[in-house]
Design a protein around this ligand. Structure first.
Ligand SMILES: *Cc1c(COP(=O)(O)O)cnc(C)c1O
Length: 359
């Protein structure tokens, strides 16, 4: 086996144990003589996979009876429109906190369904900053407050949920889902594409509070875009293999010690990396210190030429997918739950070595 140190922002690294388990199940799922991909999504085997994934997620997040968990398709990008399509009537207002490229896209879609109040925009600071409570201009009448808990491209993250005085949060948690504990009572909807921190591309987890579902009072939502359709029953064929992979990742996460384990583990990895960045001027973090992401660590070198050299040599040292998003440039190390400590250690020693040779 010859696996690289994988710092991909998404689709991202999956736990090796999970890949191996999937490999051993692939052609003959638990002695049934077919793979899980070749069975009816309404048969006993897949039904069990689907229900177990839901109950594992429910118990990991301690959701109790108040939430529905849906496994949908179309990525987080579809949720940008599905959430406002379900929740907003024309004339109603929603607050959106704009902390980057993904929030900007969410805002664009929401505008078709109601009044959007941009409660904060980090655009003029090139999205290096997460707003403090005082910087938020929330509207008391807002139906919900939308925020992006972790900004995958700009390397910033909310340390805690914004305070909304009871207005439900709608959260795009695609790139930090299950990376640390959250206060679930504050949320109306949490959605996350699986391919960063939860599984392979192809499934989007949507968690919706039941009283919000019950309060949807619109009759013009296309059937497949209506949350109630999916909450009621398995409406159409779900992405069976991605859901099965999510189940394996959830089992792995629970075995490791659940969210509280990953909170500490992720903090440790990020600290190691930020400490290496902050040693002197050779490396510079791009995000405000107080806004730094524990999932996507973004930094620059002294010149673009040096960054190119860094990426090239890193790749030769089997440190892969470190190139920053094209809109930010520089370097980005994505260190999600499944990224092992050894990979971060390998990166940190490469950084020290590279600095010694080029500083
Ligand atoms: C990757 C990402 C998305 C887009 O997800 P798709 O599944 O490609 O639609 C949206 N929001 C955030 C925060 C992301 O990291």
């Amino acid at each position: 086996m010859n696996r690289i140190h994988n710092f991909s922002a998404g689709p991202a690294i999956l736990p090796l144990e999970v890949l191996q388990k999937a490999q051993s199940d692939l052609v003959d799922y638990e002695g049934t003589g077919t793979s899980i991909m070749e069975k009816s999504h309404r048969g006993v085997d897949y039904t069990q996979v689907h229900e177990e994934s839901i109950s594992l997620l429910n118990s990991i997040l301690d959701l109790g009876d108040d939430f529905e968990i849906l496994f949908l398709q179309g990525g987080a990008s579809t949720q940008f429109l599905m959430a406002p399509m379900n929740l907003l009537f024309s004339g109603q207002t929603a607050d959106y906190i704009n902390t980057g490229a993904w929030s900007t896209k969410a805002i664009k879609e929401a505008k078709a369904f109601g009044e959007i109040n941009e409660a904060y925009s980090g655009k003029d600071r090139n999205f290096t900053h997460i707003p403090t409570q005082e910087e938020l201009k929330l509207n008391e009448q807002a139906k919900y407050v939308h925020f992006t808990s972790n900004n995958t491209i700009f390397g910033t993250q909310f340390a805690t949920e914004p305070e909304t005085n009871g207005v439900p949060l709608v959260c795009d948690a695609s790139s930090d889902f299950l990376s640390k504990p959250i206060d679930i009572t504050r949320y109306g909807i949490i959605y996350a594409g699986a391919q960063k921190n939860l599984g392979p591309a192809g499934v989007t987890v949507v968690i919706v509070r039941k009283d919000i579902l019950d309060s949807i009072n619109k009759f013009d939502i296309p059937t497949i875009m209506d949350y109630r359709t999916h909450a009621e029953k398995l409406f159409n064929t779900p992405p069976v293999f991605p859901v099965y992979m999510v189940k394996l990742v959830l089992e792995w996460l629970q075995k490791k010690g659940g969210i509280s384990f990953f909170e500490q583990f992720n903090a440790k990895k990020a600290k190691l990396l930020y400490t290496a960045i902050d040693q002197d001027e050779f490396y510079t973090g791009t995000a405000d210190h107080s806004s730094r992401s524990l999932m996507n660590v973004t930094f620059r070198l002294l010149s673009e030429k040096l960054e190119k050299k860094f990426l090239k040599e890193a790749s030769s040292a089997r440190l892969d997918a470190l190139k920053g998003h094209r809109s930010v440039g520089g370097i980005r190390a994505s260190i999600y739950n499944a990224c092992p400590m050894e990979s971060v250690q390998a990166l940190v020693s490469f950084m020290a070595d590279f600095k010694a040779r080029n500083g």
